[in-house]
Design a protein. Structure first.
Length: 339
């Protein structure tokens, strides 16, 4: 595995050309040219948390809140299925009105009607809930640890009263329950140093992640982090280039993991951003299936890009860049090998 020092060197080198070439080669060798599509459904923007970076934090009173009905969610999943997708991703804030049982019901219905693989991204929920959802047929879970620097984490991600937030613990539980496990970090958090980031990337390998999602931090004016001072020395920039370095390093430390070219990349640089991600290690895209009327309300950061199938034929586009649309569920080869 790549040593911490080597990771740090790649993060800070003048040129990233060598890194990107190595990552692209590793991607081709380990996961091939297939790019799997995931139908993203942002089902609720209610959230009990106060994350300093996130536009849908509980404290933001300027957001109109929504929660899709079960039938609405199911309709989006059907749409993804009809369009040949193998996976749907159900994402939302920590919305406690979406109870364990309610979510379980959604999972059962999607499974029964579409057979799609289901990825959940619902934040830090109770172990009993995570277990129940897995038993109902959920296949994968995404929970970024955002930063492994405890002090920085505490400032950007306050714990709930009386309960210390420990996302590494949740990741362990997820693995125990048999999920395919995904995590990742934000790149360019004010106060985040290259050393922090190098340690985080090294940790991806230690946890042996099956999926890795990373993206540049994009300041949201209605959040406390907007005005937070940057590190005096060694502040990581929240640029597409830096995010691509992290994608590339993630590919090298977890060669058989599934890695998306994320929406945040496209938000900063449009289609070019997404393409850069695919060219330096990524093998997944997550087109948005959230109904139009809700989409703009799920504003975790400003001007979020939206990749819709309606606008582009992704199959053709992928062929034009020398890749191929993956068919089937697209499980993480890392997880399949672990058994
Ligand atoms: N900029 C970039 N990414 C963000 N996320 C939340 N807020 C922001 C922001 N301002 C990311 C977090 C979270 C994921 C769902 O969205 O990393 O885990």
């Amino acid at each position: 595995m790549l040593e911490y020092e080597k990771i740090l060197e790649y993060l800070t080198a003048d040129s990233a050309d060598e890194l990107f070439a190595l990552a692209d080669e590793s991607r081709k060798k380990n996961v091939g040219d297939d790019v799997y599509l995931r139908g993203l459904i942002e089902f609720s923007n209610y959230c009990r948390r106060q994350c300093g970076y996130c536009g849908i934090r509980a404290g933001n009173k300027d957001v109109a809140r929504y929660r899709m009905s079960k039938e609405e969610i199911l309709e989006c999943a059907r749409e993804a299925s009809v369009r040949g997708y193998g996976t749907t991703v159900i994402q939302g804030g920590e919305d406690m009105a979406a109870t364990g049982e309610w979510v379980a019901d959604v999972i059962r219905s999607i499974k029964k009607e579409t057979g799609l693989a289901i990825t959940l991204s619902l934040g830090e929920r109770e172990p009993e809930e995570l277990k129940l959802w897995r038993e109902c047929g959920a296949d994968r879970y995404l929970l970024r640890f955002e930063t492994g620097n405890d002090k920085l984490y505490e400032t950007i991600h306050p714990s709930l009263p009386g309960k210390r937030s420990d996302r590494f613990e949740v990741l362990k539980q997820l693995r125990e329950y048999g999920y395919e496990v995904g995590s990742g970090v934000l790149i360019g958090i004010p106060g985040q140093t290259f050393e922090d980031l190098a340690r985080d990337i090294h940790r991806f390998g230690e946890i042996d992640l099956d999926m890795i999602g990373v993206g540049p931090y994009i300041p949201h004016p209605d959040t406390p982090l907007y005005d937070m001072p940057t590190a005096e020395v060694g502040q990581v920039p929240g640029t597409v280039e830096m995010a691509c370095r992290v994608v590339a390093l993630a590919r090298l430390v977890c060669p058989k993991s599934n890695i998306p070219s994320t929406t945040a990349l496209a938000t900063l640089e449009g289609v070019g951003g997404r393409l850069q991600g695919l060219n330096c290690g990524a093998n997944i895209l997550m087109p948005n299936f959230t109904p139009e009327k809700y989409r703009t309300l799920y504003e975790i950061y400003p001007s979020k890009a939206v990749l819709t199938e309606q606008k582009t034929d992704l199959g053709e586009w992928l062929e034009s860049i020398g890749r191929r649309r993956g068919e089937g569920r697209g499980d993480s080869p890392n997880r399949l090998e672990r058994g």
